[in-house]
Design a protein around this ligand. Structure first.
Ligand SMILES: *[C@@H]1O[C@H](CO)[C@@H](O)[C@H](O)[C@H]1NC(C)=O
Length: 301
C-alpha cells in the first residue's frame, strides 16, 4: 500500500484555517466600517441640529442653509454692520446665492469713497459692434476700480475667488455703480452674443453683485425669467411693482449676490436674465465683479 503523500494537493486542514481567519477579518472590517459610519453620522449631525432653529424657506424650490463661513473679527456686531456670514440658496434656475455680510461696513464705505470722484454715466455693450454705448436701459453712473488697486480691493477680489472657486485673474476689474431715484438697469444677460467682448476674459460664467448700501424702496435685483414660485420669498410684501415681476433680491449693505450665467454644462442659462429695478426712495450703491472662463487680460476695466 502506497504511503499517504505528505503534502496533499488539496491541503484540506490548511484551507479551513485560512477561510475561518478570513471570516474573522471580514467581520472585523465590517465592524470597523459600521463604527466609522456611526461616528461620521454623529459628527455631521451636530451642526445640523444646532442650526436647524434658524433655517427657514425662501421659496418652494429651495432651502436656506445657514453656516458660519468664517469667524468674523467682531462677533454679531450690528453697530459695525458686520453681522453673521452665511449662505442662502435663493434659486437653482438661475443658480443664485446670497452671501450675507460678505463685506464689512468699512469695506462698503471704502469702495464708495474711492469710486465717488470718478463716477461717469454708465454705458452698455452694443450687441452688434461690441462697443460701449450710452443707453436709456441703463441710467446709473459708475466707475471701474483697477484690479489690485489697494489692500482692501485685493482682499475683496481674493474673497470672491475663494467663494466662487474662480481664480482672481478671471475677474474683470470691480465696477462700482450708483443708482439715484428713478435710475435702473433693464433686464439683460451678462453673457455675450458677440465675438468682440469675449476677447479679454472669454464668455462670462458668473457675476458677483455686492450691495454697498441699503435701499429704502425699490432698487431690487430682479430675475424676470427665474423658474419657481417667485411670490414665496419672505420679503415679497416689501418689493416694488418692478420687483414683483420676477424673483427679486432686496439690496442690503454688505450682502453679495452670486449668480451663474452659465449652466454646469457651459451653455448659456437664459434664466439668468436680470435687471436693477428703479430706486424709489433712497439711493443704491453696488459693486459688480464679472467672472469669465479665461484670464482677464485688462486690469483697468
Ligand atoms: C406661491 O407661494 C405663495 C406664498 O408661499 C403661496 O401663497 C402661493 O399659493 C404659491 N403659489 C403657487 C402657484 O404655488
Amino acid at each position: 500500500m502506497a504511503p499517504k503523500p505528505k503534502y496533499s494537493r488539496f491541503q484540506q486542514p490548511r484551507k479551513t484555517t485560512s477561510s475561518s481567519s478570513s471570516t474573522i477579518l471580514t467581520s472585523l472590517l465590517i465592524f470597523t466600517f459600521v463604527v466609522l459610519i456611526l461616528l461620521a453620522l454623529g459628527i455631521l449631525s451636530i451642526p445640523t441640529t444646532s442650526s436647524s432653529d434658524r433655517v427657514s424657506k425662501p421659496n418652494d424650490l429651495t432651502h436656506i442653509a445657514r453656516n458660519s463661513l468664517h469667524t468674523s473679527t467682531s462677533e454679531d456686531d450690528d453697530d459695525d454692520g458686520n453681522g453673521e456670514q452665511w449662505t442662502e440658496v435663493v434659486s437653482w434656475e438661475p443658480r443664485t446665492f446670497i452671501y450675507h455680510n460678505f463685506l464689512t461696513k468699512a469695506e462698503c464705505e471704502h469702495l464708495i469713497n474711492i469710486a465717488k470722484p470718478n463716477m461717469q454715466k454708465s454705458s452698455v455693450v452694443d450687441s452688434t459692434t461690441g462697443k460701449s454705448k450710452d443707453s436709456r436701459v441703463r441710467t446709473s453712473t459708475g466707475t471701474f476700480l483697477d484690479r489690485g488697486l489697494d489692500k482692501i480691493v485685493r482682499n475683496i477680489e481674493k474673497r470672491i475667488a475663494d467663494y466662487t472657486f474662480i481664480p482672481v485673474e478671471h475677474g474683470k476689474a470691480l465696477q462700482v455703480l450708483h443708482y439715484e431715484v428713478g435710475q435702473k438697469y433693464e433686464p439683460h444677460y451678462d453673457y455675450f452674443f458677440d465675438e468682440f467682448n469675449t476677447k479679454y476674459g472669454g464668455q462670462r460664467i458668473a457675476t458677483v453683485l455686492m450691495y454697498l448700501s441699503d435701499v429704502e424702496e425699490g432698487g431690487e435685483t430682479v430675475f424676470p425669467a427665474a423658474k419657481g414660485n417667485i411670490s414665496s420669498v419672505p420679503w415679497w410684501n416689501e418689493l416694488s411693482e418692478c420687483g414683483k415681476k420676477g424673483l427679486s433680491i432686496k439690496p442690503k449693505r454688505g450682502d453679495a449676490l452670486l449668480f451663474w450665467s452659465m449652466k454646469p454644462d457651459a451653455t448659456a442659462d437664459p434664466s439668468s436674465l436680470h435687471g436693477s429695478c428703479p430706486v424709489i426712495k433712497g439711493d443704491k450703491w453696488s459693486c459688480t465683479r464679472w467672472l469669465g472662463i479665461n484670464e482677464h487680460k485688462n486690469t483697468t476695466g
